[in-house]
Design a protein around this ligand. Structure first.
Ligand code: MG
Length: 255
């Protein structure tokens, strides 16, 4: 069931999204070769708490998981697509890596979800293209997120950006409704047919999140039970925004 948000709830999410984007920007600025992913986790938690907010991921147990997620931030490096655990991996970022940081923020009880993928030092041309295409795919999806369009329009626009490049959209992973919970209806796939699936209506709030692999679309779950990686070991990028559908268009809450 889709939980439409009231104007008052969207006002809260606008403030939450602003805080959210400021935290991601601050984390991005910190990223440099030689840094432990644990530093990113600690700084994320500090910034979240400094404003009286909470992480939506810390302690969250998604459907099918056997234990709660142990961190406030997902940090996924190179062939890791999503849900990498920063404080268990004890990993160091190396020059040439790409790292995705994904944050769920709870502000006054309402959740926003957003992710960026960042270059660590100097990255190769293929990785640069990967980041550019993934971000373009997100923007193409966002442009379709207006009242009267359908969920299928978003996925169609995303796949139309990615498919001609030879990169692939990671299988089985999709965007989602968000707000009262991390994952709400509707399911927002990164592929689709124009004009089909749920109609977008004012009050819907969705996370749009293309995850793009250099190689094949196949995925696998790592031994930690959370980190999702490309099956062929190729690199993957992830960009995500939380978008509220309004009467006359949309607001990108986490811009
Ligand atoms: Mg998400």
């Amino acid at each position: 069931m889709i939980r439409y948000k009231t104007k008052e709830e969207i006002e809260i999410m606008i403030e939450g999204g602003k805080r959210h984007s400021e935290i991601l920007r601050a984390l991005k600025e910190m990223i440099e070769p030689g840094m432990s992913t644990l530093i990113l986790e600690e700084e994320a938690l500090r910034l979240i708490k400094a404003h009286g907010d909470k992480s939506a991921f810390l302690g969250y147990t998604p459907a099918g998981a056997h234990r709660p997620f142990p961190a406030s931030l997902c940090v996924s490096i190179n062939d890791e697509i999503v849900h990498g655990i920063p404080n268990e991996a004890a990993r160091i970022l190396n020059d040439g890596d790409i790292v995705s940081i994904d944050l769920g923020l709870i502000h006054k009880g309402l959740i926003t979800d957003a992710a960026i993928t960042v270059a660590v030092g100097t990255i190769d041309d293929e990785s640069k293209t990967l980041l550019k295409i993934t971000e373009e795919a997100l923007e193409a999806g966002i442009r379709e997120a207006v009242p009267g369009n359908h969920i299928g329009d978003i996925g169609a626009a995303i796949s139309e950006v990615v498919e001609p490049t030879g990169f692939t959209l990671a299988e089985d992973l999709a965007g989602h409704g968000v707000g009262h919970a991390v994952h709400e209806d509707p399911f927002v796939p990164n592929f689709g047919i124009r004009g089909v699936e749920e109609e977008l209506l004012p009050g819907m709030v969705i996370a749009i999140e293309p995850m793009v692999n250099v190689g094949k679309a196949g995925i696998k779950v790592a031994k930690d039970g959370y980190t999702i990686k490309t099956r062929d070991g190729s690199r993957s990028a992830h960009f995500e925004h939380t978008v509220a559908i309004t009467e006359d268009g949309h607001i990108v809450l986490t811009r």
